[in-house]
Design a protein. Structure first.
Length: 145
């Protein structure tokens, strides 16, 4: 028997990871919070692992792709979403971690989000090096002026 799919939307920040999970098959909705590291998040998701195939998404941001890589290493399907391409309703200005995670889970379950390609760790290191070089050249230019 195939497991049902549980779509998890995560709102990640420095203080907590806030998650909302939706299963379209049985209509179950779950909410949770975890301390902001991959280990604690994996422990929270392990509760649902026996009954569901878990699919996680979160917005690209300061966290980068490290959380996604950690979840994938632990056999949890994870993708990173382009924040600028998340659908927004007119007049919808209320923004909380719980509401953001719920919207992500709903949009993810309806296949309405744009997934960002996960770069390799080497590609990401090269990007960081190029950004650092560009920043240093700008600082040098500003200092000369």
């Amino acid at each position: 028997m195939d497991k049902k799919v549980l779509y998890v939307g995560l709102d990640v920040d420095d203080k907590t990871f806030t998650g909302s999970a939706i299963c379209k098959d049985d209509g179950c909705v779950y909410s949770f919070k975890a301390r902001p590291n991959a280990k604690n998040l994996i422990e929270k998701l392990a509760v649902y692992n026996a009954e569901y195939n878990i699919k996680v998404c979160y917005e690209a941001g300061y966290l980068g792709f490290s959380l996604c890589r950690d979840l994938i290493k632990n056999n949890i399907d994870c993708v990173v979403i382009a924040p600028s391409l998340i659908p927004k309703l007119p007049g919808d200005h209320v923004k909380t971690d719980r509401l953001d995670s719920e919207k992500l889970a709903i949009y993810f379950s309806n296949n309405q989000l744009t997934i960002i390609n996960l770069p390799t760790e080497d590609d990401e290191a090269i990007r960081d090096l190029l950004r650092a070089r560009s920043h240093s050249l700008k600082q040098l230019s500003d200092t000369k002026r």
